[in-house]
Design a protein around this ligand. Structure first.
Ligand code: NDP
Ligand code: PYC
Length: 338
């Protein structure tokens, strides 16, 4: 029997909806989550694709997350919309809130969406990419669980705290980056552990604070490390502040405490900012865009690649041929239907 399974994107989406519905989720939440999981698998973001069905279902089965609560939208000011996810997963709250965010950004030039009380497991690029496709510049950030030591320390204090940015490029795929402020996402370390692979030095330390290549030593009593030393540590702390206390929500330390050792998805807030380029600048939108394009060309012109280029290439392959899953992961997901 082959070690892998080939699925169409439609099959991935249908599988995700079946698993989530079977485990008590409303259709609205299941569809919103399935869209993000399918997009992750399609773009070969393996740590945030089908693998996430295991963690989301575990969190549902532990009774931690609501599978049915509907997001409540509050219009806080001309430039701020808040959505209370009511302790459900974040995707539906984003879908509802981002429509208001985009309208506000067009009206005021800049707007913020604060999502509160959400369980958050997904990559952020689908969100900034969607806003950039509408012509808006976007920034998104969220804490997670306190798994990451600050630069100079060896005990977890920070989350893996991703930061994502989207820049519209009319007629082309937007410029998008999305990365954890830890050296790698927790999901990457979990995937290494599942497949018995070592992690690169610099991703984490063991329980004694010593550098290690053993993913189990990092997740069992050790700590992950930030990227870029004190710079990643400070950026990660900024994410904690902006998507935590600023919007009245939890830090990664609070999220881990709330989990109480259940191993569930982090629960906290998320902040998304949208800027309308037409409202900034000095009236030469075409010239501004052209200058941005010259920078992108200078990067790619020397053989460097833009972030998301790998993802867009993977997307084209997956749309044409479907996706390939490890059979072991596929079997684990099917077992969630029992
Ligand atoms: P990476 O370290 O792989 O960085 C990903 C970003 O860097 C992507 O935009 C990627 O583009 C780009 N990139 C990678 N290599 C290059 C290169 N050589 N040149 C230019 N750009 C490059 O990912 P992480 O492990 O840090 O994060 C993975 C995902 O995990 C993210 O999507 C993040 O949102 C998610 N995450 C979610 C969390 C949550 O709480 N919800 C917490 C932490 C992480 P490309 O995709 O094209 O390779
Ligand atoms: O990969 O670090 C991670 C992560 C945390 C929450 C969702 N993904």
């Amino acid at each position: 029997m082959s070690e892998t399974v080939q699925l169409s994107l439609h099959e991935v989406h249908a599988l995700a909806v079946r698993v989530l519905s079977h485990n008590g989720m409303s259709d609205a939440h299941a569809q919103a989550i399935a869209r993000v999981i399918t997009a992750g698998q399609r773009d070969e973001c393996h740590s945030h694709g089908v693998y996430r069905l295991l963690v989301t279902t575990h969190t549902l089965r532990k009774g931690k997350v609501s599978g049915t609560a509907e997001p409540i939208v509050s219009d806080r000011s001309p430039a701020i919309v808040a959505v209370d996810a009511q302790f459900a997963f974040s995707q539906l709250a984003f879908e509802v809130g981002s429509k208001v965010l985009a309208e506000k950004a067009r009206r005021t030039g800049i707007a913020a969406l604060a999502i509160n009380n959400c369980y958050h497991f997904s990559a952020l690029w689908p969100e900034v990419e969607m806003l950039a496709e509408q012509g808006l510049v976007a920034l998104a950030m969220t804490p997670s669980h306190a798994w990451v030591a600050p630069a100079g320390g060896s005990r977890p204090a920070l989350g893996t705290n991703p930061l994502a940015f989207g820049w519209p490029r009319p007629g082309k795929s937007p410029y998008v980056f999305d990365f954890a402020t830890s050296a790698a996402a927790r999901g990457e370390i979990e995937l290494h552990r599942r497949s018995g692979k070592e992690i690169p030095l610099g991703w984490g330390v063991d329980a004694t604070g010593s550098p290690t290549t053993d993913p189990s030593a990092v997740v069992n009593g050790g700590a992950m490390l930030t990227f870029g030393g004190h710079k990643g540590s400070a950026l990660s702390t900024m994410v904690e502040m902006l998507a935590g206390p600023l919007i009245g929500d939890l830090t990664s330390i609070d999220s881990l405490a709330l989990d109480a050792g259940e191993g569930g998805t982090p629960c906290h807030g998320e902040l998304i900012l949208a800027f309308d380029p037409a409202a900034f600048g000095l009236g030469d939108l075409q010239g501004d865009r052209a200058r941005a394009e010259r920078l992108f060309e200078t990067i790619t012109g020397q053989g460097a690649r833009l972030p998301s280029q790998r993802r867009f290439e993977a997307r084209a392959r997956s749309v044409a041929h479907g996706v390939t899953l490890p059979r072991a992961l596929y079997s684990e997901v099917l077992a969630l239907l029992r």
